[in-house]
Design a protein. Structure first.
Ligand code: CU
Length: 299
């Protein structure tokens, strides 16, 4: 391993040590799309069987680990392998069933009583999960994974079109978990390599910039400026600005927090046909991310 690679690795390790507690404590609660198998690879999963679905319907475990199911509905269900590997028989409400998966592969199962209730267990020797699968250039890519315990470091590889190449080397914690923080610069596929074992690929899409779409419409009493942001920015703020000649530029006249990180609707009194624009900022309300085109209010 070359010296520059070692330096990069130690920076990443320092970053990883600083952030993962936050990232792991709030899986998916930030409103961002979840990547990989949609599950934190921190511990073996528990699947809840609801009245209509397996939740989550797809889980990943390491070879040799157990998956448990609990009947969380008021109907009876079964957990039945499509390959004849396991069958829970009828589970009464509140009852559990567990199965240990020994070999790698993708294992489909269903409920014999309600065959449309189904799920999949992905079994691998390395699990890799991206906390978001849609980012914007400059965002942090948070990759977390788990593999069998061991001393060897885990290599994170990336393919942005020309084949996989190593981008980071991170240590394996005592339980086999690992984590890497990278900077998003382009869409790419990531995988983790631990000794002879390789994770399934995880795709992370990176947009060059956030797009702001603005339209204005006239209601009976007010006029409404609608804003849409893509990809979403949880906690983001939009500032509606008007060009005020007497104040030599654009001034914020209204501000709003994005609903779900995606949209905002800002009401204004009828009458004005002013030119307005929208500025998107980080949740701090200061850091500017994008400026919309100018829109004429309908009056
Ligand atoms: Cu069922």
């Amino acid at each position: 391993m070359s010296a520059p690679r070692l330096r990069l690795a130690s920076v990443l390790v320092a970053l990883a040590a600083a952030v993962p507690a936050v990232a792991l404590a709030q899986p998916g609660s930030d409103g961002v799309h979840r990547g990989g198998n949609g599950q934190d690879p921190g511990e073996p999963p528990l699947v809840a069987i609801s009245a209509t679905a397996m939740d989550p319907s797809r889980v990943g475990v390491l070879a040799g680990e157990r998956v448990a199911w609990v009947n969380a509905s008021i109907r009876e269900h079964t957990v039945t392998s499509r390959d004849g590997l396991f069958d829970s028989s009828r589970l009464k409400p509140g009852r559990r069933f567990a199965h240990t998966f020994t070999g790698a592969g993708s294992f489909a199962y269903f409920c014999r009583i309600h065959p449309n209730i189904q799920g999949t267990v992905d079994v691998a020797d390395v699990l890799l999960h991206a906390h978001a699968d849609r980012l914007v250039r400059g965002d942090e890519i948070a990759l977390d994974g788990r593999t069998h315990p061991g001393d060897e470091a885990v290599t994170i590889e990336r393919d942005s079109g020309g084949g996989f190449a190593a981008v980071a080397t991170v240590p394996r914690a005592a339980g086999g978990s690992f984590s890497a923080r990278l900077v998003a610069d382009a869409s790419a596929t990531y995988r983790a390599v631990a000794g002879a074992d390789v994770s399934a690929p995880v795709r992370v899409e990176v947009a060059p910039a956030r797009r702001l779409t603005v339209s204005a419409e006239r209601g009976r009493r007010r006029q409404l400026v609608r804003v849409a942001v893509s990809p979403p920015l949880p906690g983001g703020t939009v500032h509606l600005q008007r060009n005020l000649k007497e104040r030599f530029g654009w001034w914020t006249i209204r501000r709003a927090r994005l609903a779900g990180g995606r949209t905002a609707a800002i009401g204004l009194p009828r009458g004005s046909r002013a030119a307005v624009r929208v500025v998107l900022t980080q949740p701090d309300g200061e850091t500017k991310l994008a400026v919309s085109r100018t829109v004429r209010l309908p009056g």
